[in-house]
Design a binder for this molecule. Structure first.
Ligand SMILES: NC(=O)c1ccc[n+]([C@@H]2O[C@H](COP(=O)([O-])OP(=O)(O)OC[C@H]3O[C@@H](n4cnc5c(N)ncnc54)[C@H](OP(=O)(O)O)[C@@H]3O)[C@@H](O)[C@H]2O)c1
Length: 245
């Protein structure tokens, strides 16, 4: 029988945090890395790296199916999967400060990228994850998705989309465990990281509380490689500490 190939996979590889993680894993040269993003320009900084292969994906259902078929054909053994996709604001919308700022279009866009997309990716990769020997999966959530920790309100679509993501990830952790008891799934808060996503909101952040992508990648690498959970979703921050639901 053909030997299966161990692989680390980074989805949303053009993100500030994802790129830094890929660079770090490339430098460690532990195993091949597959970087997936929407555009060649997002992939450009990691494309020439020795351990990295790249794949363009527009995240349509068809593209995700074709991606999953490729992984199944190659019988990959996913060691670590990181899903980085997420938005806080976009064209024509900003995080809402009040109820009267809610619009259907912004809510839909934010939920589509922050909640539906990570879940659709997990859905497409289910068979590969079930067949992998011990997949460790981190989906980039956020502390502001915590209902228990919400003391300031606002940011309706971002908070709501991450809280909904956490709930669906909980279902996914329970389901995956039934077919692969070695699979581990984590919703992860990286801290406040200096990337395009946080750029417009960095003004009030105390010095020392804004992490470079490299520092965030180091913490994520540590967390995803070591976190422990059995059949349940872990919801952890960059220090490895549990976040209240
Ligand atoms: N930065 C922070 O302070 C912070 C704090 C808490 C949580 N997070 C979370 O960490 C994750 C990574 O954030 P980052 O700071 O590294 O952000 P970033 O550099 O702005 O990256 C944005 C990511 O979102 C994806 N994306 C953007 N628009 C998309 C669209 N229309 N369709 C599909 N994917 C889209 C990009 O995918 P491509 O690579 O395919 O272009 C990229 O992976 C996010 O989920 C974010 O919510 C960040």
């Amino acid at each position: 029988m053909m030997e299966s190939q161990k692989l680390d996979v980074v989805m949303g590889a053009g993100s500030g945090i994802g790129r830094a993680l890929i660079q770090r894993w490339n430098d460690a040269a532990e195993r091949p890395i597959l970087a997936v993003a929407r555009s060649a320009s997002s992939l450009a900084p990691v494309d020439p790296l020795a351990s990295v292969s790249t794949r363009l994906c527009d995240y349509s259902d068809a593209a995700l199916i074709s991606f999953s078929e490729q992984l199944n054909e190659q019988r990959v053994d996913i060691a670590r999967l990181i899903i980085c996709n997420g938005v806080l604001q976009g064209e024509g919308y900003r995080p809402e400060r009040a109820l009267n700022q809610l619009t259907l279009s912004a809510l839909q866009q934010v939920f589509e990228i922050n909640t539906f997309l990570p879940m659709r990716i997990l859905g497409a990769l289910t068979s590969a994850l079930k067949q992998s020997s011990a997949p460790r999966i981190a989906v980039l959530s956020a502390r502001v998705g915590s209902i228990g920790d919400n003391r300031r309100g606002g940011w309706y679509s971002y908070r709501g989309s991450k809280a909904a993501l956490n709930m669906m990830l909980k279902c996914a952790a329970l389901e995956l465990y039934r077919s692969n008891t070695a699979a581990k799934l984590m919703a992860y808060h990286p801290g406040t990281v200096d990337t395009p996503l946080s750029k417009p909101f960095q003004a009030g952040i105390a010095q020392g509380n804004l992490f470079s992508p490299e520092r965030a990648a180091e913490a994520l690498d540590y967390a995803v490689t070591r976190f422990e959970t059995e059949g349940d979703l872990a919801y952890l921050d960059w220090q490895g500490e549990a976040i209240p639901w």
